[in-house]
Design a protein around this ligand. Structure first.
Ligand code: KIV
Ligand code: ZN
Length: 386
């Protein structure tokens, strides 16, 4: 059976930009959009046009710039939002309006002071109106993660009849467990008429650290689009991380999914996003963190030096990192020291290494990390005394 494509919907510039302190100017947004287009994402959510003149302008400019990806603008389920998005997207080669409304009882009662029938009516009206501007309309059922499945199925069926091309099932609060979220997608596949003619999309938040796991569960159960951000940035604890999804499908061929992302650009895109948003990437972040391919304990270092695959499931070159690094600390062993010394031009015999190792440990015990300059100093002193 041939592998199936998972569409990558990047929302770094919309959900990602909602992070406090991460506001970008237009030039920065255009730079990131251009790189996302090169990266190979299928859809770029460029912003929420009605939210501010700056956001409208950014969506308008990104629409003119992007050559390959679909450009998408977010709206609430009302005419003004939809008109604004349609206008901002008018120059896009492939425009998409992303409209929707909260469907959980919590949203229906507390946000809208409404009832289920009225919510369905507003959802259908919004999709119908958006379809008068563009062919491609994505509907989001906000807080679908906490929405009763039978009601969610009813909403989905009605918006499909109204012309929605993509159904976004967001776990807005990051509450679902992977099996629960997967079952929700399966339930919709089994109970919604017309669902096979649309794409189901996963939009998962990371409040319990499950955003990526939930998106994968969604795909396994029938979703074919995943909404994600570079470095997993987004509201509160963030969204599914794009780089994680891409590498999960590359490393687990048995899932039979692929994306069109050029993985070798992942590290560069991560750094660009982090620098322009002023938001550092945690060192232990999967795939793109500075420690993702760094080995510091003696046992691991010895294994990796003998064969990379003993402790690495990804070849760092596949994500644009030159090579894995051997970090020297008090936990490092002789083989790591010999490896790093060789790297700076010193080949040592077994006896020399025994002496050097004692001197190395004396430095390592007072420093967090023994760096290149320390090794040069160590060798200098060694050569003078022998
Ligand atoms: O988390 C969410 O529900 C969203 C929607 C607006 C798609 O970001
Ligand atoms: Zn979101």
């Amino acid at each position: 059976m041939s592998a199936e494509k998972i569409q990558i919907f990047d929302t770094t510039l919309r959900d990602g930009e909602q992070v406090p302190g991460c506001k970008l100017n237009k030039k920065q947004k255009l730079e990131i959009a251009a790189r996302l287009d090169e990266l190979g994402v299928d859809i770029i959510e460029a912003g929420f046009p009605i939210s501010s003149p700056g956001d409208f302008d950014a969506v308008d400019s990104i629409s003119k710039l992007v050559k390959n990806a679909t450009v998408c603008g977010l709206t609430r389920a009302n005419k003004k939002d939809i008109e604004s998005a349609a206008k901002a997207l008018r120059h896009a080669i492939k425009p998409r309006i992303h409209t929707g409304i909260g469907t959980s009882d919590s949203h229906i009662v507390h946000k809208f002071n409404s009832n289920r029938d009225a919510i369905i009516e507003r959802a259908v009206e919004a999709v119908t109106y958006a379809k008068t501007f563009v062919d491609d309309v994505e509907f989001y059922a906000e807080d679908a993660g906490r929405t009763d499945n039978a009601f969610l199925a009813q909403v989905c069926e009605e918006v499909i009849k109204a012309g929605a091309t993509v159904l976004n099932i967001p776990d807005t609060t990051g509450y679902c467990l992977p099996f629960e979220y997967g079952n929700k997608i399966k339930y919709l596949k089994d109970h919604v008429q017309g669902i096979d003619n649309v794409i189901i999309s996963c939009h998962n938040h990371n409040d319990l650290g499950l955003a990526t796991a939930n998106a994968v569960a969604g795909a396994i159960n029938g979703a074919r689009q995943i909404e994600c951000t570079i470095n997993g940035i987004g509201e509160r604890a963030g969204n599914t991380a794009l780089e994680e999804i891409v590498m999960i499908f590359r490393q687990h061929k048995e899932l039979n999914f692929y994306t069109d992302i050029n993985a070798q650009m992942l590290t560069e895109l991560s750094q660009l996003t982090s620098e322009t948003m002023g938001m550092m990437v945690q060192p232990n972040k999967a795939i793109v963190g500075s420690n993702a391919f760094a080995h510091s304990s003696g046992i691991h270092q010895d294994g990796v030096i003998k064969n990379r695959e003993t402790y690495e499931i990804i070849n760092p070159a596949d994500v644009g990192v030159n090579e894995s690094s051997i970090i020297l600390t008090a936990r490092s062993g002789r083989s790591a020291l010999a490896y790093r010394l060789k790297d700076i031009g010193f080949d040592t015999s077994r006896n020399e290494l025994d002496i050097l190792y004692e001197q190395f440990l004396a430095i390592a015990d007072v420093k967090k990390e023994v760096v290149r300059e320390d090794l040069i100093g160590l060798m200098h002193q060694f050569n003078q005394t022998t």
